[in-house]
Design a protein around this ligand. Structure first.
Ligand code: EPZ
Length: 418
């Protein structure tokens, strides 16, 4: 297990460069096997989720090479389409994208129920419903799904929930299906647009990504292409929220501010000292923050991934803030850890009430999932003295070089393998 030890209470300052988006890269890499030739992908973040995908691709005998410039080359012409074993499937949530990619290319996929953060039951019924609508038969053997089709035929698919994973997975299965597939009530996250652009640059015919309705016209071949992963809006949000409480001069660069609008508007409402430029944002903790209320929604609403991080900032606001978590039924675990550091929080079902301001106290806490861990990093930077964050492996799943990036800003942080 990896732990982070942070000696907090210090002012951070400087510039942090945002890496490629985890939730885009973890879909693009499995999607690459749909191509009949090699693909080159740039701005892939160096995080453990990508290492897990490399393991799966290598297991399938695909080529996965990282070049000196950091670009990733993926070649899938020698793939052996076989069962992806549980130990690999369960390393991350995004292993489920191999269902859509292998089904879309080989008309068969054998993948176990995915891993990922335990923020809820996280069913995949909408993914499977989409595959069946395209003509696939889904058989479940214990925790393994066998998905196969004689042929895949385009169809109209309505998603009961605008699920990110289901939208992307159905897109992957549909790009080579016969005829037109229409996904209604599709998720609109920027990562979905990034994946659709990747597929279109290989020759797929996808229209409407980023809107409620995505149309996919099946094609027979997909050619070599080059693609760049967009900046990670959740990593950017993490450093922005950090800056709002522990820095008197922080610039977050290499971002797409439009992707962060729900958060930047909220920070402006809270009275944060924030300036937004074309591809960077400057923020300081000079202003006392007003309390606020958030309700998590699908994009472009307030992101559920950011609620766990802003919770820490709310402990510093001048009054009671509220969070309503509407997407996942178990996404308040971080609040119990913040209570260990002195935070005054009441949890009532899907609502949490956070009373600030409070001086957090350094303590030993545990990251229960990726974004919970990110929120605890900010709490540790706020508290005087040394805070230990156990299970920091979660944090390394989604934050490239977090220790180096924080040290550059003046943080005292140690990453220890125990
Ligand atoms: C993606 O998870 C992200 N993960 C999550 O980020 C993010 O929190 C989530 O989208 C919502 O934005 C990746 O992209 C790898 P969903 P995903 O399907 O696809 C229900 C992080 O921190 N649902 O949009 O699993 C589901 O239970 C991670 O980077 C079904 O009921 O999320 C949830 O309530 C954590 N049936 C809601 O939909 C299904 O078949 C939204 O889930 C699928 C989903």
């Amino acid at each position: 297990m990896k732990i982070l030890k942070i000696d907090g209470g210090k002012n951070l300052k400087g510039t942090v460069n945002i890496s490629g988006a985890k939730n885009s890269a973890v879909a693009i890499i499995p999607a690459a096997i749909l191509c009949d030739e090699n693909v080159r992908i740039s701005n892939v973040p160096d995080i453990s989720d990508i290492d897990a995908l490399k393991e799966i691709l290598t297991y399938l005998n695909a080529k996965f090479e990282k070049k000196e410039d950091g670009d990733i080359y993926i070649g899938s012409c020698n793939i052996v389409n076989k069962e992806i074993p549980a130990n690999l499937s369960k390393k991350l949530r995004a292993s489920y994208y191999f269902m859509g990619a292998l089904l879309g290319k080989y008309k068969k996929a054998e993948v176990y129920f995915p891993g990922g953060c335990t923020i809820g039951s996280r069913p995949i019924d909408l993914h499977l419903k989409g595959f069946e609508a395209l003509g696939a038969k889904v058989t479940k053997e214990d925790d393994k799904f066998i998905i196969e089709a004689e042929e895949l035929i385009g169809n109209n698919i309505y998603l009961d929930i605008a699920s990110v994973g289901a939208t992307i997975n159905i897109m992957l299965a549909a790009v080579k299906a016969k005829g037109l597939t229409v996904i209604e009530n599709a998720a609109k996250e920027p990562e979905i647009v990034n994946v659709a652009m990747f597929l279109n640059s290989m020759g797929a015919k996808i229209r409407g990504a980023g809107t409620n309705t995505i149309k996919i016209k099946g094609v027979s071949t997909l050619k070599s292409c080059y693609h760049e992963v967009i900046p990670d809006r959740i990593e950017a949000a993490t450093y922005l929220l950090m800056g709002s409480v522990v820095s008197d001069d922080l610039t977050i660069e290499n971002i797409i501010p439009e992707h962060l609008e729900a958060l930047t508007q909220k920070l402006i409402e809270m009275g944060a000292d924030i300036k937004i430029y074309e591809d960077k944002i400057h923020i300081t903790n000079k202003n006392k923050l007003k309390p606020t209320n958030i309700k998590t929604l699908v994009y472009p609403g307030f992101p559920t991934d950011i609620q766990q991080i802003i919770a820490t900032v709310m402990t510093q606001a001048q009054g009671v803030s509220t969070i309503e978590e509407n997407l996942f039924e178990n996404r308040f675990q971080n609040l119990y850890e913040l209570q260990k550091m002195g935070a005054r929080i009441k949890i009532d079902g899907k609502k949490a009430y956070i009373k600030g301001p409070i001086k957090l106290v350094s303590s030993e806490v545990t990251a229960t999932d990726l974004r919970a861990g990110a929120g605890l990093v900010i709490a540790a930077l706020l508290a005087d003295g040394i805070t230990t964050i156990n299970n920091s492996d979660y944090i390394l799943r989604g934050y490239e070089n977090i220790q180096i990036k924080l040290e550059k800003l003046g943080a005292k942080i140690q990453l220890i393998q125990i």
